[in-house]
Structures are given as structure tokens and as C-alpha cells.
Design a protein around this ligand. Structure first.
Ligand code: PLP
Length: 430
């Protein structure tokens, strides 16, 4: 019988087992206080290794860790060594999976560690990787220069290209039968162009065979995990730079990958070998950040909508690139409606003039800090052409409207009128 003194919510849960939303579970899910002296919060398990109760136990933990046998019913994986597993990472991974409704997840010491470990595990020499353009600078270098060293080919497509055009690109490489992965970044940085996930899944199906499934992977850093759920649209893997919104305070570098348990098992084994897992301290910081993730992202997006509307009307601003400004007739509008739950908090805008004018504005900002990175509580501004996207070749920059007059803004949690006032006084300088 239910204890009549239990709070109402607990009664409801135990009677009906209602499904809780991720934001309600971020403070408690996966953590058992009775295993940690009753501490309400998960401690930092700052330990390299774990004591086995018996030699037999140690043997059986290793059998499972190295895939010699599957877990028996009711058996739980044993803790061995913090490169292989650690409670801060395991609890964090369980919580991260809730947002994307993923079967399993892995956290890494950086977004690039997540991307490189995942891609290296799943691709082999001779394979072809298709990716959207533009792509994060680190991923771009990794695909075009590092994978090439291992005989893995890569080819890009632009956000405005049709399915037919993309299929033609794949075929023109002469390696269509070796297509192994489609990797996209949507919305694209810094222009907020969307890539149609449904179309990518269809292309992957078209090039999959009985023995080989073309894997679909997305860098969901900009809108996820709150405003975009690619697994629901058929994607296999979702990657994050957790340095950005998930961490959210510009004080930690981290990454994550979530997806099916079959793929995640391979990725986690490879992570143990490469040693690219996150530290216990990083895991703990991210758990703390996840508690406020929805709240932060919701307020940041609300702020961004107001700022984008204001920028759009400003006489010294030529063009604003923001998902919230898409209108019904726009080509990207149906894709936005289909796969985004909010326009998010990344805005780019062109000032009238060139680099000189853009720099003048950037140098005049006071509240907004002049720095790369994004997704944090404080607003940040930068100049993509000469900073984050300086290695991108000029032709590609022109094709994607990335010019010297563009400023990228990551909107924080400050009061929106104060952010607007800061931009207003900076725009007055030109
Ligand atoms: C920052 C970023 C990365 C790289 O993440 P790190 O945590 O810096 O390694 C990858 N993709 C996107 C979209 C990013 O913004």
C-alpha cells in the first residue's frame, strides 16, 4: 500500500508509471544515493581503479568488458578501471540518452574526440564518407586530411542541393558502392542552413545493401539535445560538442555520441582503446549542467528571437541569418517545421560594409564578449570569415554567403534588452 504521507507526485508515479520528461529526471536519473553514503548529489568518483570483491568477480567483469560474453539477466556491469568505465560517466551517459531517446551513449573529453573516435571505429580504408558543407573546422580538417591518410575518401555537398544532385555527387566519385557514412551538421555554422534529415536517410537506404548499412550521423551541437531529435527522423548516431550548450558555462571541453546499442558498443570499446573518454570531473560538471539545460536553452532561444527581430529592422544590418525569421514560402521552411522544435540561439548577421565595419562593431561590444565558441550562459560574438572559418577556402565561403561583413552571435541568458542595448551602441560606431 502507498504511504499516505508520500508527496502527490510520487503517488502518481508509482500508481501509473507515467513517463517523466528528461528535464524532470536530470537531477536524479541513474544515481542511487544509498551507494554513496546517502549523498543527494552524485560525488566525483576521482579514482583510476576499482576494488574487486573476489578474483572471480574481477574475471567476470573483464569477460563482459571485452565482449567475451553478454550480460546475464539481472547482472550489472562491474567497475574496473576509469578508462573502461566510471560511475560519473555511466550516470551522465544514461541521462544524456533520455533527451534523444537513444539506447546508449558515450562521453568524451572533447567534441573532436567524440567525432574522431566514432568515425575511425566505423570506417575503414577504401570507404567513402559523404558530408554536408560547411562543416565545423576540426571535423573538416579531420575528414579531408586525417582520414585521407588512412585511405578513407570524403566528398561534400551543399545545403541547397537536391537529392538527385547529391546522388550524382556520390556516383561521380566512382566509389558509390563504398559509401559507408553520411555525416551532416544541421543547422550549418555560421549560416544556419538546414540539411533535410529525411532526405539523408533516404540516400543512405538507397546505397545500403544486404551486407552493408550506410550509417547516418549528425553533429547536433547547435540545436540538440533539446530542440532537435535526429534519431526520431531515422538517424543512427547523434554527436555533440558538449563544450557548447550541454556544458553551457564556457568552463569545460567535452563531447558525446548517442545511438543504437549495437553501434555504441563498438564505439565505446574503441574509446577504451584510444583513451578518449571524459574524466570523472568532466562527467560530474556535465551532470551539473544538464540540470539546467532545458531552462538555459529555452531562455537563450527566447532572447535570440527578440534580438533577431530587432536586428532585422536595423538600418545598418543588411541581412540576418536566423531560423526564427524563416517564412512560409521559404525553401527551408518545411524542413525547419519537420525537424526543429525551436530556432535556437545562434544568429549571424551582415553589417553594411566589409571587414572594417564588422571589426568596429565587434571591438565596441561591452557586455557581449569577443570570443569563439558558443552555447554558454554569456553572449559571445565573433567574425567567422577571419576566425572560426578562416581555413575554409574562399570559393566555398562565397558559395555559402560567408563574407567579411558577417558577425556571429551566440545569445546567452542575460536580459534581452541589455544585449540589444549593447549591440545598438556598437552599431552606432559605424
Ligand atoms: C565546437 C564544435 C565541435 C568541436 O567540439 P570540441 O568540444 O571543441 O572538441 C564540433 N562541432 C561543432 C558544431 C562545434 O561547434
Amino acid at each position: 500500500m502507498l504511504n499516505p504521507n508520500l508527496p502527490i507526485m510520487a503517488k502518481v508515479i508509482s500508481k501509473t508509471k507515467i513517463k517523466m520528461r528528461p528535464e524532470s529526471l536530470m537531477m536524479s536519473y541513474g544515481y542511487k544515493p544509498e551507494l554513496s553514503e546517502g549523498a543527494v548529489k552524485c560525488p566525483i568518483f576521482q579514482t583510476s581503479t576499482f576494488v574487486f570483491q573476489t578474483a572471480e568477480e574481477g574475471k567476470s567483469f573483464f569477460e563482459v568488458a571485452y565482449g567475451k560474453r553478454a550480460l546475464r539477466p539481472k547482472e550489472v556491469t562491474g567497475l574496473i578501471y576509469s578508462r573502461i568505465n566510471n560511475p560519473d560517466l555511466e550516470i551522465l551517459e544514461n541521462r544524456l540518452c533520455l533527451w534523444d531517446e537513444a539506447e546508449d551513449g558515450a562521453v568524451f573529453e572533447s567534441g573532436m574526440a567524440a567525432i574522431s573516435t566514432t568515425v575511425l571505429e566505423l570506417l575503414k580504408p577504401g570507404d567513402l564518407l559523404l558530408h554536408s558543407e560547411p562543416i565545423y573546422g576540426g571535423s573538416d580538417h579531420f575528414f579531408k586530411h586525417i582520414l585521407a591518410k588512412f585511405g578513407i575518401h570524403s566528398v561534400g555537398f551543399m545545403p541547397n542541393q537536391s537529392k538527385e544532385e547529391i546522388v550524382t555527387i556520390i556516383k561521380s566519385t566512382g566509389k558509390a558502392e563504398n559509401l559507408a557514412m553520411i555525416f551532416i551538421e544541421s543547422p550549418a555554422n555560421p549560416t544556419n542552413d538546414l540539411i533535410d534529415m529525411k532526405m539523408c536517410v533516404e540516400i543512405a537506404k538507397q546505397f545500403s545493401t544486404k551486407d552493408k548499412k550506410v550509417i547516418t550521423a549528425i553533429d547536433n551541437t547547435f540545436l540538440g539535445p533539446v530542440f532537435s531529435h535526429p534519431i526520431k527522423h531515422g538517424f543512427d548516431l547523434v554527436l555533440y560538442s558538449a563544450t557548447k550548450y550541454i556544458g553551457g558555462h564556457s568552463d569545460v571541453i567535452a563531447g558525446a555520441c548517442v545511438g543504437s546499442s549495437i553501434l555504441m558498443k563498438r564505439i565505446k570499446s574503441f574509446r577504451s582503446i584510444m583513451g578518449t573518454m571524459a574524466s570523472p570531473n568532466t562527467g560530474w560538471l556535465l551532470m551539473r549542467s544538464l540540470e539546467t539545460l532545458k531552462m538555459r536553452m529555452t531562455l537563450q532561444a527566447e532572447n535570440a528571437m527578440r534580438i533577431a527581430d530587432w536586428l532585422d529592422k536595423h538600418p545598418k544590418v543588411e541581412k540576418v541569418y536566423y531560423l526564427g525569421l524563416l517564412k512560409k514560402g521559404d525553401k527551408q521552411y518545411p524542413i525547419y517545421k519537420q525537424q526543429c522544435l525551436s530556432p535556437g540561439a545562434m544568429i549571424s548577421f551582415d553589417v553594411k560594409g566589409g571587414e572594417k565595419k564588422a571589426f568596429k562593431v565587434l571591438n565596441a561590444l561591452k557586455l557581449i564578449k569577443l570570443a569563439v565558441s558558443l552555447g554558454s550562459t554569456e553572449s559571445l560574438a565573433e567574425h567567422p570569415y577571419s576566425m572560426t572559418h578562416s581555413p575554409v577556402n574562399d570559393e566555398l565561403k562565397m558559395k555559402m554567403n560567408l563574407t567579411e561583413k558577417m558577425i556571429r552571435l551566440s545569445v546567452g541568458v542575460e536580459y534581452y534588452e541589455d544585449i540589444i542595448a549593447d549591440i545598438e551602441q556598437a552599431l552606432k560606431k559605424i
